[in-house]
Design a protein. Sequence first.
Length: 243
Amino acid sequence: MTVDVALRTTLCADERRFTLDVALRSDHRRIVLFGPSGAGKSLTLRAMAGLIVPEAGHVRVDGRTLFDAGTRVNLPPRQRGLAYVFQDYALFPHLTVAQNIGFGLRGGWLNPSRRGRDARVERWLAAFELAGVADSYPARISGGQRQRVALARALATEPKGLLLDEPFAALDPALRGRMRDELLAMQARLDLQLVVITHDPADVTALEGDTFELCEGRVVGRSRPSSRSWDHGAFPGQRPMAE
C-alpha cells in the first residue's frame, strides 16, 4: 500500500503563525512521523484523517485520492478507510468499554445499547482481552486497557489503515514496551497500514518503520528500515509547494 501525502496549510493563533509544508511518500506498511512537540506531526495526521482541510496538496492511499485541493476532492472521514486514535484515546467517559467499541458501528448520535451487543464488539472484546471489563467505564480501567479500547473502537469499523497519535506517551515505561509489542503483533495479524507519530527515539527503534523526521512543519530527515541511517538531504516538504 502506497501512502502519498503532500500538504500545505497555515495556522494563526494570536500573534503566532505556523506553516505546515510536508511531502512524504512510502510503500512501507509501517510509517513513523518523528519529531518534537509542535513539529506538525499531529497536524499531518489529522489532515490525512480528514479532520482538518489543508489549503493545498493531496492525500492518496493505495492509489485512492482522499483529498486533493486542486480538484476539490475531500472525502469525509468516514469514507476514507482510515481510523484515527487520539493521544488521550478520546473515550466517552459515560459509556462502558463495550459501548465505546460499538460507537462507530452505528450511524447517528444515539449511544449503543448496553444490551444486545453487536457481534463485532464481542469479537474485539475477545481479541484485546477486554471481556472482563466490558461493562466497566473508562475511569475504572488501567491505562493499557484504555489504549486497547481505543484501538478496538478504531478497528471495529474495519479500516484499511490506522493512524496513531503518540500511542505510548501516556504509558509508564514497562507498559510502553509491552504495548509496542502488542501493536506490532496486531499489525502482523491484521495486515494493516500503520502511520504512527512519536517524539520518542525508543519508539522509532522498536517500530522499525519508514521514519520521517519533522521539524517546524517540514520533513528534514528520513530513516528507512533497511538502512537505519538518517538521510538529511533535500526533501519536497522543504520547498514551497506549487499552487
